[in-house]
Design a binder for this molecule. Structure first.
Ligand SMILES: NC(=O)c1ccc[n+]([C@@H]2O[C@H](COP(=O)([O-])OP(=O)(O)OC[C@H]3O[C@@H](n4cnc5c(N)ncnc54)[C@H](O)[C@@H]3O)[C@@H](O)[C@H]2O)c1
Length: 304
């Protein structure tokens, strides 16, 4: 035990008696001087594509990355690579189509971490097809994996986000959810739902000082086509070509998402052409409706 007397002024002698117990000294050296805890970002679908690009970006900025995916081997190998390169990452298995999987995930994370600072609802699958060609099973799969997953993920992680000093929720929709081109029925509906959910959430979370952003990229190269249902080989080839020639990479989209979180921007549209189309759609909605019919007819001819 130590007793320290400090004489501060002659006019008025003030003695401050500090009694420092050995336990307090221990507390100072072990807790106060300790380097600050890393911030946690949880990214679904981080084993591949855009999720992986976002994970790499935040790992390079010193964040702890919670990689969530269904491809366990790929996800764990990625996490090992990050940790072997001096970054900080953990792998968690979660099938995003089930609410229970997210509840189990939140429990597993809360055992290790006090809070999550950024949630990225990114994992998803692709589909193509008109109303006539989409089966009930395909509808259910798409709505579960591309829309309900975002809702389940946000519901489950909200208590952990609320414990962060500065939290943010990002969801990956798609420009498909704005363009609403014919022939991509279930994907369009699910992604438009993600945009509607995010905009509603943006207002609700403002009361809790939690930022909300929605990413609406057009095509960029990833493994998304391999998860595509309801599409012929010709359609898959067409989409693959669009991805290869888009001029925007997963890293570009990840950088835009990073900037949006920093500036608390809601809508993230990476492709210049998409930003132009979005403006035209708002200014001239009837012109765009007619144009979509023309384009759809041309597209159906080209993939026949
Ligand atoms: N690539 C594009 O052109 C493009 C354009 C617009 C939007 N998006 C969206 O970007 C997001 C990321 O896709 P991507 O392009 O990186 O594709 P990707 O296939 O490379 O990555 C998707 C990841 O999600 C994971 N995933 C799929 N189903 C899952 C499940 N049930 N549970 C847990 N994880 C699951 C996959 O294992 C994979 O790691 C998706 O939501 C997609 O719709 C992609």
């Amino acid at each position: 035990m130590f007793v320290v007397f400090l004489s501060i002024s002659n006019e008025r002698s003030i003695f401050i008696c500090l009694i420092l117990q050995n336990s307090l000294v221990w507390h100072y050296t072990n807790c106060i001087k300790k380097t600050p805890m890393k911030k946690n970002i949880l990214i679904t679908g981080a084993a591949s594509g855009l999720g992986r690009a976002i994970a790499n970006l935040y790992a390079n900025k010193g964040w702890n990355i919670l990689v969530v995916d269904i491809q366990d081997e790929l996800g764990q190998t990625f996490v090992n690579e990050l940790n072997n390169n001096g970054k900080s990452a953990e792998y968690y298995h979660c099938d995003i189509g089930h609410k229970q999987s997210f509840d189990d995930l939140a429990l597993a994370i809360s055992v290790k971490h006090k809070c999550i600072d950024i949630l990225v609802n990114n994992a998803g699958v692709a589909s193509a097809g008109t109303l006539a060609s989409t089966t009930e099973a395909e509808w259910k799969k798409l709505i579960d994996l591309d829309l309900m997953s975002v809702i389940y993920g946000t519901m489950a992680m909200l208590p952990l986000l609320m414990k962060s000093k500065k939290a943010h929720i990002v969801s990956t929709a798609s420009f498909a959810g704005i363009a609403l081109m014919p022939g991509m029925m279930s994907y369009n509906v699910a992604k438009a739902g993600v945009i509607a959910f995010s905009e509603t959430l943006h207002g609700e979370m403002a009361l809790h000082n939690i930022g909300v952003s929605v990413a609406c990229p057009a095509f960029f190269q990833t493994n998304l086509v391999s998860s595509m249902t309801g599409a012929s080989e010709k359609t898959k080839g067409f989409i693959d070509k669009q991805m290869q020639t888009s001029g925007i990479t997963a890293d570009d989209v990840a950088t835009d998402i990073y900037k949006a979180v920093e500036k608390n921007t809601f809508m993230v549209i990476s492709h210049k052409e998409s930003r132009r189309q979005y403006l035209i759609k708002r200014l001239f909605p009837n012109f765009v409706l007619k144009k979509k019919i023309q384009l759809f007819k041309q597209m159906m001819k080209s993939i026949k």
